[in-house]
Every structure is written in C-alpha cells, then in structure tokens.
Design a protein around this ligand. Structure first.
Ligand SMILES: C[S@@+](CC[C@H](N)C(=O)[O-])C[C@H]1O[C@@H](n2cnc3c(N)ncnc32)[C@H](O)[C@@H]1O
Ligand code: SF4
Length: 336
C-alpha cells in the first residue's frame, strides 16, 4: 500500500483539464491578464487517461474533473467516456461554474457522468455578476435544472462565503437547495493562490455558517463521508436534505487528506497550497513505460509531507501568518 510521510494513502485525484475560464471570480482569479499555459503544453485526453489509469493502480478510487472551467475544454465528454471506462475507478465527478452546462449536460451524461458539483455563490443576479465578473446567473440556473432533468445525482452546489459580500446569501441558498433537492456545500474562503488578496477578515468560519443555518433549520452532524472527505456534512432534522461545510482554514483536514492533483500541463501537485508541481509530462512524452511513470508517481507520493492548513491555523492563532509570504500556485492553474 502506497502511503506518504504521514501515512496518508492516495485515494482521490483532481484533474485540471484547462487553466482557462469564462468567469473571473473575485475569490479565485480576478485578473484579466494571466500567464496562460501554452496550448501545446496541455495534456491530451489520451495522456490524461493514461495517467488516471496509473493513479487508479496506485489506489485512487475517485476522480474529479476541474480547472479553470472544465466545460470550456472542447469535447470534454470524450474524456468522460474514456475515464468512466477505467477498471477499478469507483467515482467520476465534475466541478463546473455551470455557464455551459445546459448545452453540454446531455453529452456528459451519455458519456458516463453521474454526479456533479456546480458553483453557486448567490441567487442575486447583480451580486452573482459582481462576484464572478462575467457570469450570468440565469444561464447557470438553466444548467443546474438541465442537470436535474438528466437525472444527475447528487447535484451539489458549492458556495464560497466571503464576509461582507455574500454572507447574507447563506439562508437563501439553503432554502433554494432544500426546495429543489440539491445539496449545498459551503466553502470557507481560502488563501489559495495570491491573486485574490485574501485576508483573514474576509473569512466566515464553519462555526458561523452552521450557527446561522441551525438557528433557522436545525441540523444534526453526520461527519465526513468515508472519513476523509473535505466536507463535514449535516442533515436537516426535519429530513429535508443535507448540507456540508468545507473548513480548510478553521478545521484543517490535512491529517486525512488523500488527494493528488494533475495540472492541465502535466504537473503533479500534492497540496492545494503548493508552490510547485512535479513534472510528469516530459516522461509521458518521451515514450516512457507505464512502470517508469508509476515509479515516478510513487516516489512523489512517498515523499509527500504537506500539512499547509494545519501550519496556517497555528500561524493565524499566533498572529504570525502572512498569506503572501510564499508564492502559491493559483487555483485556476492547479485545479480546485
Ligand atoms: C477553482 S474552481 C474550478 C471549477 C469551476 N470553474 C468552478 O468554479 O466550479 C473549483 C472550486 O474552487 C472554489 N474556489 C475557488 N477559489 C476559492 C477560494 N479562494 N476559497 C475557497 N474556494 C475557492 C470554487 O468556488 C469552486 O467551487
Ligand atoms: S472559481 Fe471556477 S469559475 Fe470562478 S474563476 Fe475560478 S475557475 Fe473560474
């Protein structure tokens, strides 16, 4: 069994299929100009599928396609078809901003996609536009309901909560998800990358989010799915659905983190807050055998010693944390 230096197995793989995005969310990638990856450096579907199969041999059970915005990558359904055929893979998911979902969901479903996460930070059209800079709420809602009609299940809705921006949207989002049978996942605003100018004042903690929801719709804690999921889940006491909170800042889950990431240009990244990735594309494109690539992937995982969120919490507690003290890879590049 392959474990890293804190005895964590590799079980989940996030694959960024592109660093391009049709939104410019203020908390993720607000910059219009950015050093985009050259098209020739982007992994082909064949290269992604080969790497994914090798990761499954190493113990990965779940793959999430992400980006950037995965649906801006042409013919993504072809990739979904290839990945869903990998023997031993238990779950294939997609995280999207939903803007292109209405037109693409049918093809994705036919190719084998069964579950979906859609980012939805507000139900207020103007605020949604302000937060995403380019997003059209109606298009996203159209996509979410199209996914529901095509029976994708579960459909989880992700909202990053930022103080003074959308903390008033928590209850409307809960009510919307309860009414339509979606599962809300609230995400603490994280200091991922450097472009978003994160400060701890903008953070709304899991504790606050849960208290706000619980005072209106009583909750009962369920815990983390499989013991290692990033989200702590709660069910509504009245039986009408569940919600979850991903609290990477205030309740770090480094000790149970089993996730590896592949960037769109073929780097393996072992933590969301990494400064660098490990290049595997060179080996892929030099005609290396599966054994040689497996050896490299295994060696990267064996050496993994990341526990960034635990260290950050300690630094926040002692007021010594400087989010700009090192240059983290932007979320849009490493695959959120
Ligand atoms: C980077 S996005 C990529 C997929 C797709 N473009 C989307 O927005 O769903 C993946 C997830 O990361 C979340 N995210 C981005 N920046 C974040 C931040 N600073 N803190 C917490 N979550 C963030 C997004 O809200 C989204 O749910
Ligand atoms: S959160 Fe998703 S939609 Fe928003 S800028 Fe980042 S990658 Fe794009």
């Amino acid at each position: 069994m392959l474990v890293d230096s804190y005895t964590r197995q590799v079980k989940d793989l996030r694959i960024s299929v592109t660093d391009r995005c049709n939104f410019r969310c203020t908390y993720c990638m607000p910059l219009d100009e950015y050093q985009w990856i050259d098209k020739r450096e982007i992994l082909t579907f064949e290269e992604i599928t080969r790497l994914a199969s090798l990761f499954v041999q190493l113990g990965v059970e779940k793959i999430r396609l992400t980006g950037g915005e995965p649906l801006v990558r042409q013919n993504l359904d072809r990739l979904v078809g290839k990945l869903s055929g990998i023997e031993g893979l238990k779950e294939l998911c997609l995280t999207t901003n939903g803007a292109l979902l209405a037109e693409k969901v049918e093809g994705l479903k036919q190719a084998g996609l069964r579950r979906l996460n859609v980012s939805l930070d507000s139900l207020d059209r103007d605020k949604f536009r302000r937060m995403t800079k380019r997003g059209d709420l109606d298009k996203v809602l159209e996509g979410i309901f199209a996914a529901k009609r095509h029976a994708l299940n579960p459909i989880k809705l992700n909202a990053v909560i930022e103080r003074g921006v959308n903390d008033e949207d928590i209850l409307p989002l809960v009510e919307f998800s309860r009414e339509h049978g979606f599962a809300m996942r609230f995400i603490e605003y994280m200091d991922v990358g450097n472009a978003n100018n994160w400060t701890s004042e903008k953070l709304v903690s899991k504790k606050e989010i849960i208290a706000k929801i619980h005072s209106r719709y009583p909750l009962k804690e369920i815990g983390r799915a499989q013991g290692s999921a990033p989200s702590v889940d709660y069910e509504f006491v009245d039986g009408r659905g569940d919600i979850g909170v991903i609290a990477s800042v205030t309740e770090p889950f480094c000790s149970s983190c089993t996730r590896a990431r592949i960037t769109a240009d073929g780097k393996i990244v072992t933590c969301l807050f990494s400064e660098v990735g490990h290049d595997v594309k060179q080996l892929l494109r030099s005609g290396a055998s599966d054994e040689a690539i497996l050896e490299l992937l295994g060696a990267i995982w064996l050496k993994r010693a990341d526990r960034y969120s635990l260290e950050r919490l300690e630094a926040i507690r002692t007021a010594t944390y400087d989010p700009k003290s090192h240059k983290k890879i932007e979320m849009i590049s490493l695959g959120g």
